[in-house]
Design a protein around this ligand. Structure first.
Ligand SMILES: [Zn+2]
Length: 95
């Protein structure tokens, strides 16, 4: 299906693929600047989040770091399970 959108810069109707990177065919301006900004921000947040994730094994990790990260992940999972069980216990038997 062919979609058209009015360019916010030159007010000319232009072809629109509904992609954040689509540009106006007559003036070359971005058709949806807000969407592109949001997309870039989301990707940046994603990237930072992944880089800060201690348990993610990185390509340049040596054998020891891989071991530490994997053990840490297991401990983290066990801790989360205990916390969850504790919460369940408290909420179930307190009232
Ligand atoms: Zn335009």
């Amino acid at each position: 299906m062919r979609t058209e959108k009015k360019c916010p810069h030159c007010q000319v109707w232009t072809k629109w693929e509904k992609q954040p990177t689509d540009c106006c065919t007559s003036c070359g301006g971005l058709l949806d600047e807000i969407a592109l900004v949001e997309k870039t921000e989301r990707e940046e947040k994603d990237r930072v989040f992944r880089e800060n994730d201690f348990f993610r094994v990185r390509d340049d990790d040596n054998f020891l770091m891989v071991f530490v990260r994997k053990t840490g992940w297991v401990l983290h999972a066990i801790f989360a399970a205990i916390a969850w069980a504790f919460l369940w216990f408290v909420t179930t038997f307190s009232g």
